[in-house]
Design a protein around this ligand. Sequence first.
Ligand code: ADP
Length: 662
Amino acid sequence: KLQLQQAIAKAIEEKISGDQRRYLLNEQLKAIKKELGLETDDKTALSEKFRERIEAKKDKCPPHVLQVIEEELTKLQLLEASSSEFNVTRNYLDWLTVLPWGNYSNENFDVHHAQQILDEDHYGLSDVKERILEFIAVGKLRGTSQGKIICLSGPPGVGKTSIGRSIARALNRQFYRFSVGGLADVAEIKGHRRTYVGAMPGKMVQCLKSVGTANPLVLIDEIDKLGRGHSGDPASALLELLDPEQNINFLDHYLDVPIDLSKVLFVCTANVIDTIPNPLLDRMEIISIAGYITDEKMHIARDYLEKNTREACGIKPEQVEVTDAALLALIENYCREAGVRNLQKQIEKIYRKIALQLVRQGVSNEPALEAVIVTPSVEPTDGGSATIVKDEKLNDPAVKDPEEAKEPSLKETLVTEPALSTDTLSTPEGNKDTDGVKEEAADKAVKKVLIDSSNLDDFVGKPVFHAERIYEQTPVGVVMGLAWTSMGGSTLYIETTKVEEGEGKGALVMTGQLGDVMKESAQIAHTVSRAILRDKEPDNKFFADSKLHLHVPAGATPKDGPSAGCTMITSMLSLAMGKPARKDLAMTGEVTLTGRILPIGGVKEKAIAARRSSIKTIIFPAANKRDFDELADNVKEGLEVHFVDTYSEIYKLAFQNETETS
Ligand code: ADP
């Protein structure tokens, strides 16, 4: 027993002396380090750091903030360095001192300068640019541009974000972007309370920290897709942030001292404006961008996208030529959507492939390349003619390895000439006349890639869209309508067929992922068609006796909205009377039970969509005439537009013209 006691006492003694030893050594180490100047006392070092930071901003920093910082610094000294509270305080001080209190970038209200920058970055969009310039002009007169929230709305890829960036550049403000799409946690905007583990300030405070100025341009993306919060409403938190009346004293939960956001310029982006919470919408100035027509896309591709991509790939302008025909084919067959982001991707794809081709041929852009390119100056318009195929040769006599694998359909012809072998690349059509071309091409050593509509496939694959039009001429029961979605405008067909016939069988089934509104509008259309048919052909018992099936392709895309009303009536009437609707006609408009046509949204988008599908005649509600008249001329050009108030006018246009002329 005694022995056991002794053993325990010994063990304890050993442990204690071990601990003591370690402590002692540690302290000595610290003292030595301090002596050597390697490390000052942690706490003092920290306070010093914070003091230094805030010293620089002292005159601009609001007094209440200085006071809080002072208090926190004192607290820091009293806390044990290993306590969790110490960490919290340290982080807090870190945030407080790092913010750009009162540090503003010099705003540039020069309208000419702004115009220049906007034009430099974006093609077209003149109305949008004009609105932005107006805004800057007001800023100049007032001396400040606060108090407005701009909201850019439009389909994806039309340049909303990049315009935001341009405005920042024009105004000489820092740019910061964050997305609120699907945001459900109010803390993302307002910050957490400091007592939470891992608490963080909200996005806005993070923004100020990262940009380092108190007047950045903040782009809030996808404001139409704001989530629903479980605790607290993100929309009202955002309102607190954006509203010029409220944001002078924006209070972040983490920061706990009010910050002045009134100098921040907010620009929001949205695909549609109907889903933006109303109080927010109220305070915004909406600028809508509808999307681009082919002609505009050509310019954007030529002057902006191609240039940027070429530079990004390190390819020299003289090493590549993309013909107009190829570009047009690319736009019309691959990139039909409203925006240009996909177009940009395709162009990038092409240039990446070109880069690979050039490198495989041993082209290196680093040393000054002196390849003088001589090409026949025939501008191909018909695509793939023999002349084009000639300068398509990528001939580099010095290189022997065949460049296959990447360009599957580019055939390789090995020609043995004295001491060199030439790899000849040509398109399938070009193969027949390679013989005549090779000598000429070989001595030119043209290191140039030519892309034309004939070899476009090799670069971007087969066309994605064959046509938006399923029918060349719409058969009986099928009519083209115009739709508007958050992705821009598009054409869609409404198809109606008869399922069965029999006395009193009149009914309607619907398919095509229609929403409630659209289903109702089909019912309305059914009723209205019946009334019209009774009027036009009193003996026709079609609707009373036939079960109809109405379908809207494509079946996988959900659709909703009332604007297909008049199209549905036309489709049903066409079936009932056995007459196809007039060729190349598309229409849009909501219909009431009495056959009046109500206005619809997205006029510009729909007009663009109609142009894309080469529709000649469009029917719009009369109430939309103003919207249409305001459109740019290049959108309106070549369209025959009828504005109607009642369905009977559509009836005349769709069915009677046809019979009269034929
Ligand atoms: P969004 O935010 O509307 O979805 P982005 O701003 O990201 O679209 O634009 C996609 C790309 O298209 C960007 O690279 C942008 O530079 C380019 N772009 C869009 N519109 C134009 C235009 N009018 N001129 C030149 N480039 C454009």
